[in-house]
Ligand binder design. Sequence first.
Ligand SMILES: O=c1ccn([C@H]2C[C@H](O)[C@@H](COP(=O)(O)OP(=O)(O)OP(=O)(O)O)O2)c(=O)[nH]1
Ligand SMILES: [Mg+2]
Length: 158
Amino acid sequence: MTGTDPGATGDRPGALEIVIQRLDPGLPAPGYAHPGDAGADLYAAEDVELLPGERAVVGTGLAIALPDGYAAFVHPRSGLAARHGVTLVNAPGTVDAGYRGEIKVTIINTDTKEPFRVRRGDRVAQLVVQRVERAVFREVELLPGSARGAGGFGSTGR
Ligand SMILES: O=c1ccn([C@H]2C[C@H](O)[C@@H](COP(=O)(O)OP(=O)(O)OP(=O)(O)O)O2)c(=O)[nH]1
Ligand SMILES: [Mg+2]
């Protein structure tokens, strides 16, 4: 596995276990580059050329079964953003616990001049697993007050 420290596979005692299915055995399983990393890198399952401004949905060859109460978030990699202006359209993508399909990433090339070539096996995104609340929504006539109130979108200034 490229760039993956075997000690960083999250196999510390008590680590959350997530069962995965590699739909494309030619690609590595997701892995953490260093102990303590939050994001496990996801690999592109295909070659894609993105012209300036173009986007594409790219498969990762991976399917997972998250335990109830968890979600996985597909985040961009900062190196692709900084060097190439490449990010994810729906960052972060939300992988629901019940999803069993292939995890895909919607990559966009925001560079205005240079095309970007995704090669099969490139680490194109990272997966962050988190506990999430599945809330019960209870409707009321008027919400309780708060210091922020309806302030948003720059309400606190530059
Ligand atoms: O970056 C992403 C985002 C989502 N998904 C998968 C997992 C997720 O559980 C499912 C649905 O995602 P989302 O709810 O964001 O999409 P939607 O447009 O609301 O589709 P749906 O109507 O199927 O919920 O698609 C991905 O593979 N990659
Ligand atoms: Mg949805």
